[in-house]
Design a protein around this ligand. Structure first.
Ligand code: PEP
Ligand code: MG
Length: 570
């Protein structure tokens, strides 16, 4: 089978299927109700010990706030009220435990949901969670918890949400395969950050494999072999050894400068989602953080993180990066990143809808809390602020005005922050690229977000695997826009970076060098390869090639031209 290889590495291992089973509960008459009550009690005990384990794990790896969700779940199972009512129903109506649980839990859920108080409403969600856990126990449906795996596995799923991937234990998950997604979907980005080989957009793969099947795959090529012959396994073992050797060679570039043959120095920075990702940045010798996707701090929880929590996270990153630049992007939710507690409406076109800066300019309290946290953390390192999804001067001014308000508040309160903190924007909407000459006058820097810029320029949904062949970074329209943006920034003496996936694309890096890009921000695992390429090219020569490339008519010709004229084997 074949999909899109989104995270490199060779994998040989056994399948663990993440199944999305519908829970169907039937009513059955029960003769021996005492036995049925015992069965229910056993489900409760096993559910409790499972939740306790998750609680311990989350507390250790994530923190108290995240763990408190599971504390609430335990309390529900320890509270006699609901449990006793289920037992009573089994006894009085002589029905099966599943049916009794369904009836009683639905009653509690609707009672809590009808309450006016937000806290009580959240209890309804907790009861739903706990009930579904118990139901799976009673019905013998296996639940997979990615943070508690015992054996090494390859996860095969229809999709992995950002919360699934954030729970992955990379010592146990050798790789993953999903049915949907593309190179820039968040599961793919997370795979690269975690350095887990992955393939996405493999149609119907969940119906083609079963738990325990042997799979081998190459996360770059996108080819998957299911229960292959010994010969193929041997081939992949050799490939794996070769891959490890080339990784070792790349490690020789640690500590070296990112400089072209003709002496042009650029910055090779990393994209991260949480402070945990710093390990990979440091291992791969990242020269800064060019994109801190702050929205990951807002995920997997029931309320937005407080100013203090955010401050701690931003400060930790700034301090660990030791004065190297750290660009914190303000909250970018919407699109494929949902936050339940924000109650974002379901939309026909979420990528064209209520997203990123549009949400922040509307929910000013949330925005201000984040800006306060970032400004406060700016006293501890080289932090810069970046606004996502800017499409007009008006939006930029509105965001800057709120930032100014927050600055004034901090000054009044005598709280220190870096008064010279740089403020930049992402250029990821064609409108912004087209008016980049005007925007450049009002910011300190740009960072080009090609993941979105490609989808908005070519009208190709970055998540839709049916049209993923149309999502093409070699499209001349993209290259022309990139050139325009770089020139606009330089005319105003501003620096310009790129934090979309194109920044780490070995074929396009030389062209970007030729166009004069100052900073490249990418998945940490791509940094050393990029450095190897940059150290072997001259900007002068690439300038010439870049000029020729943007005059080519098709993406295919662009790609062929690069392959023919630039030696990429370093
Ligand atoms: C981008 O759009 O290129 C980008 C870096 O942002 P995200 O992938 O988080 O939308
Ligand atoms: Mg984007």
């Amino acid at each position: 089978m074949k999909g899109i290889g989104v995270s490199p590495g060779i994998v040989i291992g056994r399948v663990l299927l993440k199944e999305e089973k519908q829970i169907l509960v039937e009513k059955r008459d029960i003769k021996n109700y005492e036995e049925e009550i015992q069965r229910f009690k056993r489900a409760i005990e096993s559910g409790k010990s499972e939740i306790q384990d998750i609680y311990d794990n989350v507390l250790k790896n994530m923190g108290e706030t995240e763990a408190s969700i599971f504390e609430a779940h335990l309390m529900i199972l320890e509270d006699p009220e609901m449990v006793e009512q289920v037992e009573k129903k089994i006894e009085e109506n002589k029905v099966n435990a599943e049916w009794a649980l369904k009836e009683i839990s639905e009653m509690f859920i609707s009672m809590f949901e009808a309450m006016d108080n937000e806290y009580m409403k959240e209890r309804a969600a907790d009861i739903k969670d706990v009930t579904s856990r118990l139901m799976k126990k009673l019905l013998n449906i296996e639940e997979v918890n990615f943070s508690e795996l015992v054996n090494e596995v390859i996860i095969v799923a229809h999709d992995l949400t950002p919360s699934d991937t954030s729970q992955i234990d990379k010592n146990k998950v050798l790789g993953f395969i999903t049915e949907i997604g593309g190179r820039t979907s968040h599961s793919a980005i997370m795979a690269r950050t975690l350095e887990i080989p992955a393939i996405v957009a493999v149609k119907d793969v969940t119906t083609k494999v079963k738990n325990g099947d042997l799979i081998v795959f190459d996360g770059e090529e996108g080819l998957i072999h299911i229960n292959p012959e010994e010969q193929i396994v041997k081939l992949y073992e050799d490939k794996k050894a070769e891959y490890n050797k080339s990784q070792k060679q790349l490690s020789l570039l640690i500590g070296k400068e990112s400089i072209t043959i003709d002496g042009i120095r650029v910055e090779l920075a990393a994209n991260i989602g949480t402070p945990k990702d710093l390990e990979s940045v440091i291992n791969n010798d990242g020269e800064g953080i060019g994109l801190f996707r702050s929205e990951f701090l807002y995920m997997d929880r029931k309320t937005a993180p407080s100013e203090e929590e955010q401050f701690e996270a931003y400060k930790e990153v700034a301090e660990k990066m030791k004065n190297k630049p750290v660009v914190i992007r303000t909250l970018d939710v919407g699109g494929d990143k949902e936050l339940e507690y924000l109650n974002l409406p379901k939309e026909m076109n979420p990528f064209l809808g209520y997203r990123a800066i549009r949400v922040c300019l509307d929910k000013v309290d949330i925005f201000k809390t984040q800006l306060r946290a970032i400004l406060r953390a700016s006293a501890y390192g080289n932090i810069k602020i970046m606004f996502p999804m800017i499409s007009s001067i008006e939006e930029l001014r509105a965001a800057k005005a709120i930032l100014q308000e927050v600055r004034n508040e901090l000054i009044k309160e005598n709280i220190k922050f870096n008064e010279k903190l740089e403020v930049g924007i992402m250029i990821e909407i064609p409108a912004a690229a087209i008016i980049s000459d005007l925007l450049a006058k009002e910011v300190d820097f740009f960072s080009i977000g090609t993941n979105d810029l490609i989808q908005y320029t070519t009208a190709v949904d970055r998540m839709n695997e049916k049209i993923s062949h149309l999502y093409n970074p070699f499209h001349p329209a993209l290259l022309r826009l990139v050139k325009l943006v770089i020139d606009s920034a330089h005319k105003e003496n501003k620096w310009v970076g790129m934090c979309g996936e194109v920044a780490g694309d070995p074929k396009l890096i030389p062209i970007l060098i030729g166009m004069g890009l100052d900073e490249f921000s990418m998945s940490p695992i791509s940094i050393l390869k990029a450095r190897g390429i940059i150290r072997n090219i001259s900007q002068d020569k690439m300038r010439d090639l870049a000029q020729q490339v943007i005059n080519l008519p098709t993406a295919e010709e662009v790609e062929n031209f690069i392959e023919k004229n630039i030696n990429l084997k370093h």
